[in-house]
Design a protein around this ligand. Structure first.
Ligand code: OAD
Length: 237
């Protein structure tokens, strides 16, 4: 590690929130376990049965609202605040634990649980309250057109212009707690590498795309990430 990184990009997945008590998607007791992805996370499912899909995400809200950031989230917030270079986070998580930890430059490419988007006007309603098939858009006034602002399979990711720019500009790419199976996020490491970034993987074990990374740090990221951040901060002193 050296102090020459000017643009650090961190990609996070469900594993970074595991130590905050939130279930990941593909582990034994994963989020999808009790439901078929096709029933709750595709645009077809929403068109077929919007009330059911709204309920699924409404049911997740109290737990995510209550959850507290862990030492991995806090370490990244400290890095953004204290590092001499630029630090951005691209997260696949719909929780808001990066924000609760104090991170400011966070891009939720898979959406956010506390938002709904109006399919009539495209604008976003921010709320931890339930949203349903009757909810009125506060911007255009139309009722019944709100969709959870969760990127379903079959939809485009959010903030991709910004992410493309960050990937081509970063000189350090750090992936934390993601299984590396859901594209396009799983392919970000390749783009970053192509543009010359050094790449680190933090995970409990080797992710599916682990061969694409220069360095691997295995273990709980709540334990491994704070020391990595400490070393990064020390390297520029
Ligand atoms: P996954 O559940 O697929 O993967 C979580 C990863 O985190 C696994 O590789 C675990 O080994 C690792 N992990 C678990 N606990 C950890 C810990 N304490 N420290 C470090 N690593 C740990 O979650 P994602 O890769 O985020 O999309 O899943 C990607 C997308 O799939 C999600 O964003 C979601 C889902 O479809 C949407 O909701 C749109």
């Amino acid at each position: 590690m050296n102090g020459q990184y000017k643009h650090i990009l961190v990609l996070t997945g469900a594993g970074i929130s595991a130590e905050s008590g939130l279930a990941t998607f593909r582990d034994a007791d994963g989020l999808w376990n009790n439901h078929k992805v096709d029933d709750v996370a595709t645009i077809e499912a929403f068109e077929r049965n919007p009330a059911f899909v709204h309920q699924f995400y409404n049911d997740m809200k109290p737990e995510l609202l209550k959850a507290k950031p862990n030492s991995a989230h806090l370490a990244l917030a400290k890095l953004e605040k204290e590092y001499a270079g630029e630090v951005n986070i691209v997260t696949q998580n719909v929780d808001t634990l990066h924000e609760k930890a104090g991170s400011q430059k966070v891009y939720h490419i898979h959406g956010q649980i506390n938002q709904a988007v109006c399919l009539n006007c495209g604008r976003v309603l921010e709320t931890w309250d339930d949203v349903d098939t009757q909810t009125r858009c506060p911007h255009c006034g139309i009722s019944g057109m709100m969709k959870p602002n969760i990127v379903f399979f079959g939809e485009s990711l959010l903030y991709m212009d910004k992410v493309t720019q960050l990937l081509s500009n970063c000189d350090l790419f750090v992936s934390v707690g993601t299984s590396g199976v859901v594209y396009p996020a799983a392919g970000f490491v390749q783009t970053a590498k192509y543009h010359g970034a050094k790449t680190y993987e933090f995970n409990l074990e080797a992710a599916s795309n682990n061969y694409l990374f220069n360095e691997h740090v295995y273990g709980k990221c709540g334990e491994t990430l704070p020391s990595f951040v400490y070393e990064l901060l020390e390297s520029v002193k």
